[in-house]
Ligand binder design. Sequence first.
Ligand code: SIN
Length: 491
Amino acid sequence: MVLTTALTRYLKRPELFLDLANDLGSSSADLRKRFPVLNPSTGELLAEVPDMSADDARLAIERAHAAQEAWAGLTARARSNVLWNWHRLILEHSDDLGAILTAEMGKPLAEAKSEISHAAAYVQWYAEEANRIYGETISAPSNDRRMLVIKQPIGVVGAITPWNFPASMVARKISPALAAGCTMILKPAEQTPLVAGAMFALAKLAGFPDGVINLLYASVGDTVGRELCTNPKVRKISFTGSTEVGRLLMRQCSDQIKRMSFELGGNAPFIVFDDADVGAAVDGAIQAKFRNAGQTCVSANRIYVQSQVYAEFAEKFTERARTLKVGDGFDPDVTIGPLIDRDALRKIEAHVEDALHKGARIQCGGRRVGTSGTFFEPTVITDVFSTMRMAQEETFGPLAPIIRFEDPDHVVREANDTIYGLAAYFYASNLKRVWRVAEALEYGMVGINTGRMSSEAAPFGGIKQSGIGREGSRHGIEDYLEMKYLCMGGL
Ligand code: SIN
C-alpha cells in the first residue's frame, strides 16, 4: 500500500509529485518547469507535475533502448510474472487509484473503480498471453528446404494515452507491449497524468527493470510526441486520441515508415429497428450514450429509431435520461461527472444551438449546470436530421440526438456515411436482419442488442479514419510483434 497511499497525499501536496518524477527515472527533467493538474469538478489545483521537454524524451528513449535487449531476452514466463505482480498491486490499490482518477478526470467514483478493474483485467490478460506467442512451420515447396515463421518484439514503443480512460488505456498499451518483449515510453494526457503516475509507481514495485517503462509528462503533446515519432530508436507508435492528432502523428512517422497502432475518433450510430425489444434498447442506449458523460470514442453519437417504435423509445429514453444526476464524481449519487474542460462545453452548446436553429426539439436538458465547473445536463433532442452538426461530428458529451427512419436499408447506408468506422450498435430480433446488418455496417466493432462491448478479451479498434490495429484479445499482442520468416536450405 505504501506508494499509492503516499500518492493520495500528493493530491494535497503538489511538490511531492516532483519526487515521484525523480523516482521514476525522470531526474533529467528540469523540475522547475511544471504544469498544473486541476480537478474539473471544482477547478481546484490537485498537483503540479514536471513539464518535460524533447530532451527528456530523448533520454527516456535512450533508457528504453538500453533496456530492450535484456527485457526481450527474458523468458516469456519471467515477463509474465512481473505483469502478474503489477496486476495484484493494481487490484490492491484500486480504491486509491479510483480516487485519483475521479479527482483529476471527474468521472463518478464507481465508474473510476470499474475502470481500474478493467485496467487490471488487461494486465492479467497479457500476463497470460505472454506465454502464448506462437510461430509456424510451412510445408516447403521442395524437400531440401524448411520454412518457418518466428515472432519477435518490435523494440522500443512510444505510447500516447488519452484523458477519458486514463488508467485502462495505460494498461491496454503497456501490458501487450511488455508481454511481447518491447520496452516503452508513455506520455499520458496532460489533463490526467496522476493516475498514470500512480500506476507507474506500482509497476516499479512490481519489479519491472529500470528503463523498461518510462513516463513522460508534458503539457504540450507536440514537443515530446514529435521526438517519439521521429527518433529512429522508437520502432512503433501507439496512440489513442483524436483523428486530427492521429493524422499529424502519421505524417511525423512517415519518414521512417514506423509501425503505428491508432485508436481514433468515432461517430457511432445506434440503430433501433421495429422488431427490437424497446426496453432493452433504452437500457443499452443510456449506457452507450451517457457512460463517462458521453466522453468515450465509442459513445452513441446518432440514435436512429424506426418510426413504428420512435415515440415509445423517445419517451422512455427521455424519462431515463431525466433520472441521471449531474455533479462531482465523489458524490455517490452522481452518475454524470463534468466535461473535461470549457472547450468541451462550448462544443456541445454549439451542437445544441445548430440543431435548434434547424428545427430540432429539446426533450430534456440542453444547458450548463452551475457556473463554476464544466457540467452539462444530460440532453435528449428529437426531430434531428443527419445534416445537423450533432449527427455529423463527434460531440463527446451527454447529448443524445434521436433521428427517425423508415427504410432499414437506407438507415444502414446513412450509418456508414461517415469518415469514421470505430463502433456501431443496433437492436433487432429477426435473425436474418441481425446477420445482414452486422455484416453491412462498416465498423471495426458492432454491438448487437448491447450498449457496451469493451473487454480485454475482445479486439478493440476501428477501420476507415477511426484507426489502425487492435487492442485487447489475442490479436492485441500481434501489434507489438514482428514476423520473421526463416528459410533453411541445403537439407
Ligand atoms: C474509448 O476508447 O473511448 C472507450 C474505451 C472503453 O469503452 O473502455
